[in-house]
Write a protein that binds this ligand. Structure first.
Ligand SMILES: Nc1nc2c(ncn2[C@@H]2O[C@H](COP(=O)(O)OP(=O)(O)OP(=O)(O)O)[C@@H](O)[C@H]2O)c(=O)[nH]1
Ligand SMILES: [Mg+2]
Length: 435
C-alpha cells in the first residue's frame, strides 16, 4: 500500500528503447536527488542538466536530469525526471538506487492520481490522460486532448451552475414559504428545463463521442457462405479470418479495428445466420445475434450471384430499424439483387465505394465536437438527467431539493468533486505504471 506521503518512482517509458525516462515524485524527491546525482540539478528547477547517477558512490549511469519544484510539476509535488540510457541493466540499477535512497515503487497511475489529488487536474482530465495514450484514430486523439484541456469540466460546470441556481431558489422557498411567489416558481421550472436541455445535449453528443473513443461497432451479418469473412479481410487488407468454400466456417465473433475517415471502426465478423446443425455453430449464431443488438451499424452481406433467399429476407427485415448498409457480394459471378451495392471480395470491385459509405456513417462522429467520450461520464449524465426530470415532476420543495442533490452528486462524480474513493481507485487501476 503506497501512502500519500511516500516519494514514489517508476519508469515512464517502455524499457528497451534508447532512452528510459524514470520519474520520482514526493516530498523526498530533492533529498533523493541530492543523494544520487553528482550535479545540483535541484538548484535550477525546470532545466535539464547532464549529470551522473551514483549508487553506493559508484556511477550507474550518465544521464540528463530535470527537477520540478512543487507545485509547478505534473503531480504538484517535487519531481525529478531522469533520462537514462535505455538498457535493462541501467534501468534496474537506477531503480535499485532510488529504492535504496528511500523511494517507493509507484503503482499504476500513481503520478496522475497525485496530480488529481493535488488539484492539478480534475478527474475527467485525469481520465483523458489514458484516452490520449490509447487513442485509436486521429479524431479520437483530438477529443481526448480536448478533454485533457478541461472541456468536459467546463460543460459540466455550466449544468452544475444552472442546478445550483434552482437549488438556491428552492432553499429560499423552504426557508420562507410565505414569500415564495408563483413567479419565482415559474422561473424555477424554466431553470430546471434549461438544465435538463444542457444535460440532454451533452448525452446526445456523448453517444457520438463514445464512438470516437471506442470505435463505431459495425457488425458484418449474413447467411452462411455469402462472403462475410472475405469482406472483413478485404476491408482490413489482410487475411485475418478463415475463408473456405464450406458454409458455416466462422463460428466465433471476430473483432478487428481499422480507422476510416479518422474514426475508429470495429469490424465484427460473425457466424452465418441459419438453423445451426451443431452445438458450436448454434452458439456462434447466438453470438452473431447478440452482436447485432449492440451494433452501431450493420453491414448486411447478400450473395449477389443468386436471388435473395428466405434467410436473406428474414435478416433484411430484422435489421430494418438499424443504420445499415446492404451489399451484394460476388458481383464477379453476376448481379441478381439490384437494390444492394454490388461488390466483389474476389476482384475488389465496389470495395472503395463501400468504404466511402462506411465513412459517411462514421462522419457525424468525426465532426463531433463532443466533450464527452467516456462511458462513465455518460452513465453519470444519464443519472443526472433522470434526477432532473424527476425534480421537474415534483411540487414539494423538499422533494425537488432531494432530486437536485442527486443530480448534483452525479455531475460531481464526473469531475471528481463528489466521488467515492473506490471509484477513484478503479479508474487509476487501469492506468499504466509511470503515468
Ligand atoms: N467468386 C467469388 N467468391 C467469393 C467472393 N467472396 C467470397 N467468395 C467465396 O465464398 C466462399 C465463402 O466465403 P467466406 O468469406 O468464408 O463466407 P462467410 O460468409 O464468412 O461464410 P461463413 O463463415 O460460413 O458464414 C469462399 O469460397 C470464398 O472464396 C467473391 O466476391 N467472389
Ligand atoms: Mg465467415
Amino acid at each position: 500500500m503506497i501512502e500519500s506521503f511516500d516519494t514514489v518512482f517508476a519508469p515512464s517509458s517502455a524499457i528497451g528503447g534508447a532512452i528510459s525516462v524514470i520519474r520520482v515524485s514526493g516530498g523526498q524527491a530533492c533529498a533523493i536527488a541530492q543523494k544520487l546525482l553528482d550535479r545540483p540539478v535541484w538548484e535550477q528547477p525546470n532545466q535539464m542538466r547532464h549529470t551522473r547517477i551514483l549508487r553506493g558512490g559508484q556511477p550507474v549511469d550518465d544521464c540528463m536530469a530535470v527537477f520540478f519544484k512543487a507545485p509547478k510539476s505534473y503531480t504538484g509535488e517535487d519531481m525529478l525526471e531522469l533520462h537514462c540510457h535505455g538498457g535493462m541493466t541501467t534501468v534496474r540499477c537506477v531503480l535499485a538506487a532510488l529504492s535504496e535512497a528511500g523511494g517507493v515503487p509507484a503503482g499504476p497511475g500513481e503520478f496522475t492520481r497525485r496530480a488529481f489529488l493535488n488539484g492539478k487536474m480534475d478527474l475527467s482530465q485525469a481520465e483523458a490522460v489514458m484516452d490520449v495514450i490509447n487513442a485509436q484514430a486521429e479524431n479520437s486523439l483530438r477529443a481526448a486532448l480536448e478533454q485533457l484541456s478541461g472541456s468536459v469540466s467546463r460543460r459540466i460546470r455550466e449544468s452544475e451552475e444552472r442546478l445550483l441556481n434552482v437549488r438556491a431558489a428552492i432553499e429560499a422557498a423552504i426557508d420562507y414559504p410565505d414569500e415564495a411567489e408563483e413567479a419565482a416558481c415559474a422561473s424555477l421550472k424554466t431553470d430546471l428545463r434549461a438544465a435538463e436541455e444542457t444535460v440532454a445535449a451533452l448525452i446526445e453528443e456523448g453517444r457520438k463521442g463514445r464512438i470516437l473513443r471506442d470505435g463505431l461497432k459495425l457488425v458484418i451479418l449474413g447467411r452462411p457462405n455469402v462472403g462475410k469473412s472475405s469482406l472483413l479481410n478485404a476491408l482490413l487488407g489482410e487475411d485475418r479470418a478463415i475463408v473456405t468454400a464450406a458454409a458455416g466456417t466462422t463460428r466465433d465473433v471476430l473483432d478487428e479495428r481499422i480507422s476510416i475517415g479518422g474514426v475508429p471502426v470495429r469490424l465484427i465478423d460473425t457466424a452465418g445466420v441459419r438453423e445451426a446443425s451443431d452445438e458450436a455453430e448454434r452458439i456462434g449464431v447466438d453470438r452473431a445475434k447478440k452482436a447485432l443488438e449492440t451494433a452501431d451499424a450493420v453491414l448486411l452481406v447478400l450473395d449477389g450471384s443468386m436471388p435473395e433467399t428466405p434467410e436473406d429476407e428474414a435478416l433484411l427485415s430484422e435489421t430494418e430499424g438499424k443504420t445499415r448498409l446492404v451489399v451484394a457480394n460476388k458481383s464477379d459471378l453476376g448481379t441478381c439483387i439490384p437494390d444492394a451495392l454490388p461488390i466483389s471480395c474476389k476482384t475488389g470491385e465496389g470495395i472503395g465505394e463501400l468504404v466511402k459509405r462506411i465513412e459517411a456513417i462514421a462522419a457525424p462522429s468525426a465532426q463531433s465536437t463532443s466533450a464527452i467520450t467516456n462511458e462513465r461520464h455518460l452513465t453519470a449524465l444519464e443519472r443526472a438527467l433522470e434526477a432532473i426530470r424527476r425534480a421537474g415532476e415534483q411540487t414539494e420543495p423538499d422533494c425537488i431539493a432531494t432530486e437536485l442533490a442527486e443530480a448534483l452528486h452525479a455531475l460531481g462524480s464526473i469531475t471528481g468533486t463528489d466521488v467515492d474513493a473506490e471509484i477513484i481507485d478503479r479508474i487509476f487501476a487501469n492506468f499504466c505504471v509511470g503515468k
